[in-house]
Design a protein around this ligand. Structure first.
Ligand SMILES: [Mg+2]
Length: 397
């Protein structure tokens, strides 16, 4: 077979992301607790924290990592992930050497190559993040070469408008911003005993009262529960009609989910932001582990695995609400290009301190923000980001 229209990859490089702050107008936040204070969560480290738990195991080295894929004709695409030097080294030392010289348009082949070339040390976790940065850069440059937005390459937009939900414990501020659906975090874990359950119930009761019966309300346990406490808490919260309980258990502790579901079978359950590649989602779909998958496009391996995860979910009658999807151009395009997605999450990268308009949130130039409760991806080619090459100097340079 003669392969035509090849666009060869000239280089793949991890990079820091150094763009000038595009926000000139700064509205001061209102007096009161910050989002960070309100959102402190009972994470897996809660048992080792003297106060309700910040994510203390997340070091500063987890910073953002960009990836630039450059083609022989000079066109280039941008993708990103996080976890700093660890993922940058995987991109530069393992993925780039495997892919340089290949046809950049063959995104399916290239994703498969990245999974296979890293299989000796495992394609999950930090490797999946590195793969995501490269995969997203490849989809970006593909869109630029074909002069199409990525959601159109996927066959979208599937829907004209997707409902949004906002994440965080500043529910009143989110309501003011026009959000109609809300997810909260829990400050309390097993070590807080019945007192924690009582306090959480009071918070959820207040939130339900605030948002009314027609808003969806969800609760994220951020991996911080055990089965017994999760069951007791979920039973207590039944009157508040939570659409889903999210991430009650450590992401690799899969035996706890069926035990939980058996005891509270009426409760919707969501997970997946800490799952990598396609296989955990396939296994969960087969066993009916949860109702909603939440892959994170910049963590799980990029757009290529998210497409596969969406197809698996559709076949299993499940839905996919990608983690943090409203906060990046990558997530926005995926949501509008894939039929399994019924809703978009607007979390930390979107939300502002109480009183500060969403337009003033620091973000990659070219990333659309929600307006009047709506959020649509850019129509510009690729993911539509407006980045200059000189803002991406390399990671170790
Ligand atoms: Mg979550």
């Amino acid at each position: 077979m003669e392969i035509r229209h090849t666009m060869k990859i000239k280089s793949i490089e991890a990079t820091r992301i150094e763009y000038p702050d595009p926000i000139t107008k700064r509205t001061p936040p209102r007096d009161g607790p910050s989002r960070g204070q309100l959102n402190s969560q009972a994470t897996p480290m809660r048992r080792y924290a003297s106060a309700p738990g910040n994510r203390r195991w997340m070091p500063g080295g987890a910073r953002d990592v960009g990836c630039v894929v450059t083609l022989e004709d000079g066109s280039w695409g941008f993708g990103m992930t996080d976890y700093g030097r660890a993922t940058a080294a995987i991109i530069d030392d393992f993925l780039a050497p495997a892919l340089v010289g290949q046809d950049a348009m063959a995104t399916e082949r290239l994703y498969d190559m990245m999974v296979r070339v890293t299989s000796g040390f495992g394609s999950g976790s930090l490797t999946a993040r590195a793969i995501a940065a490269v995969d997203l850069a490849l989809w970006d440059v593909k869109g630029k070469v074909l002069e199409q937005p990525v959601y159109a390459l996927l066959g979208g937009p599937v829907r004209e408008d997707l409902p949004l939900y906002s994440t965080g414990n500043d529910t009143g501020w989110q309501k003011e911003l026009g959000f109609k659906n809300f997810k909260r975090f829990s400050h309390y874990g097993p070590d807080d005993g019945i007192e924690g359950i009582n306090r959480l119930e009071a918070e959820i009761a207040e939130a339900r009262e605030l948002v009314g019966p027609d808003a969806e309300l969800m609760l994220d346990f951020w991996l911080g529960m055990d089965v017994e406490t999760a069951v007791r808490t979920t039973e207590r919260l039944r009157p508040y009609n939570l659409k889903w309980i999210e991430d009650p258990f450590l992401s690799e502790s899969l035996d706890e989910y069926p035990k939980f579901r058996e005891r509270v079978p009426w409760q919707g359950l969501a997970t997946g932001e800490h799952w990598y590649g396609v296989y955990p989602f396939f296994n969960a779909a087969s066993s009916g582990l949860v109702d909603i998958f939440q892959p994170d496009i910049i963590w799980c391996g990029g757009l290529s695995p998210v497409i596969k995860i969406c197809h698996i979910a559709e076949a299993a009658g499940l839905s996919v609400i990608p983690h943090g999807s409203g906060g990046t151009a990558f997530g926005q395009h995926a949501c509008y290009g894939l039929a399994a997605v019924p809703m978009i999450e607007c979390s930390g990268p979107v939300m502002t301190e109480p009183g500060v308009p969403l337009e003033e949130k620091d973000r990659l130039p070219g990333t659309p923000v929600p307006s009047e409760g709506r959020l649509h991806p850019s129509d510009a080619p690729g993911f539509g980001l407006e980045l200059k090459r000189e803002w991406l100097p390399g990671f170790f340079s």
